[in-house]
Design a protein. Structure first.
Length: 141
């Protein structure tokens, strides 16, 4: 869930190791913020349908994995609402599992993994392009 008018001071308080996901195309959470709003104490009747709709939108969102990482890394900024098809309680459980699996500074572990994966991808792209260029030159005598 991204907040369309999210104050810049909130983003600046975010953990810088996990960047906030951005998209040039509108996402469901930006287009229909109210659908993703969910506060403790809301009645079940009011929220069940919205949560189901928000979860469905998140399941097809290309930013969901990055959104979840950001929401998990920034609990102080995501205490409410649906983020990457998760409720606040689910995010708390996921954070506890990450601490148990990766340690108290699990964010650093995840950020380093993302950095390495990104670096490997950057190295593969030029190699793939070079191979494609060599294949094309062999076909044309």
């Amino acid at each position: 869930m991204s907040s369309p008018g999210q104050p810049h001071h909130l983003v600046s308080e975010a953990d810088p190791r996990i960047p906030f996901p951005h998209s040039v195309t509108p996402t469901a959470c930006r287009s229909n913020y109210a659908l993703f709003a969910h506060n403790h104490g809301d009645s079940v009747e009011d929220t069940d349908g919205r949560i189901a709709q928000a979860n469905a939108a998140c399941r097809v969102c290309t930013l969901a994995a990055d959104c979840l990482k950001w929401a998990l890394a920034n609990p102080q900024l995501t205490p409410n609402g649906i983020w990457a098809a998760t409720t606040p309680r689910q995010r708390t459980t996921l954070r506890q599992r990450l601490v148990a699996r990766l340690g108290r500074d699990w964010v650093a572990v995840v950020a380093e993994h993302d950095r390495r994966r990104s670096e490997a991808h950057r190295q593969r792209v030029p190699a793939v392009r070079a191979q494609s260029g060599r294949r094309a030159s062999h076909k044309n005598p």
